[in-house]
Design a protein around this ligand. Sequence first.
Ligand code: PHB
Length: 407
Amino acid sequence: MADKAPGSGSNFSRRGFLKAGAAAAGVAGFPYIARAQGAKIKVGLMLPYTGAYAPLGIAIENGFRLALQEAGGKFAGRELEFIKVDDESEPPKATDNINRLVTRDKVDMVLGTVHSGVAAGMLRVTRESGTLHIIPNAGFAPAAGPLCAPNVFRTSFSNWQSGYAMGEVMAKRSNVKNVVTLAWRYAAGEESVKGFKDAFLKAQGKSVVKELWIPFPNVEFQALLTEIASIKPDAVYSFFAGGGAVKYIKDYNQSGLMKSVPLMGAGFLTDGVLEAMGGAAEGMETALHYGDGLETPKNKAFRLAYAKTFKLQPDVYAVAGYDSGALFAAGLTAVKGDMGAKAAMIKAMEKAKIDSPRGPMTLSRAHNPIHDHYLRKVVGNENRVMGIASKALGDDPAMVAACKMPA
Ligand code: PHB
């Protein structure tokens, strides 16, 4: 592996990368190609494989592997080698974990992660090293705001987006005026609730009567549900995901609130977890950039292939893993598999139009997806798509403005 070629190594500084990028794409890149083309590209998978978000991490890896399998096991003629780290969705462990991949294993690209707090730790390292970093879930707002960087891409969403889309839906409902929010108190929950409020409170006569919070990954909901029952709002807006969402919706259902106080939220509440809930979410409405019942040829083919390969049903997390593969492949193809030509690779990734199972996806200047958000309703084990909640939704304008991407 020609670590010393300009622009080739994972462990060279962001400033160095910005300067060297153009050179690496041209003549200086040639010796690097000659030595490196045979070597496998090292991909670091920093994902949760234990804890509340473990199923999400597995789905992301599966999705990425499916994209590779469909490309014939190689991207742009290059084989990949995977190095896996279980980040446990533990922010305090993030720095050590990402350093292992970037500094010790010298990965060419890192795919991670799910939890926004862990992603924040990863960014501190990848922004500095210049290592190509694809975020396949964490909606951490600053990643596509003040912390945006040329080498950091997100194929998933910002947490603000689905909150905003659901806020738009609920703002139009004349029978929904007073809302309580309840979410995990960490970046993802806070940003999701902000997105919801940004849209919902724009409409006349709407108010958030109480914001309730519970620390991640706690799932002791009883006292909070009792409080909701006593407030009697018109609806509740929530952000939870994975195992936490399963417990929350089961508890909400059991408390008897489901009929009197509709529970709505970001689609993570019901994505990938319906079977585990055993019908407790029936009829729930959520907004997300994906719905398993999306009737497009691309989605149908994706779902079939995923189910056949992994004997599991895909979800929004699998889609992000799959699209991360597509985005990485688009970059590598543009440079004929030469990871040393980083600037050209990044340019191609920026321009990529991903034919995603979610529908068309492009990236903003801050490298965050611009995509339709759907209103979905739980019918049996499906998040059925009822219509578009928000067309080609971009990100929180405050984050867009805060991203100062070097030209
Ligand atoms: C996040 O931490 O940003 C996060 C985690 C799980 C989700 C969505 C967002 O389903």
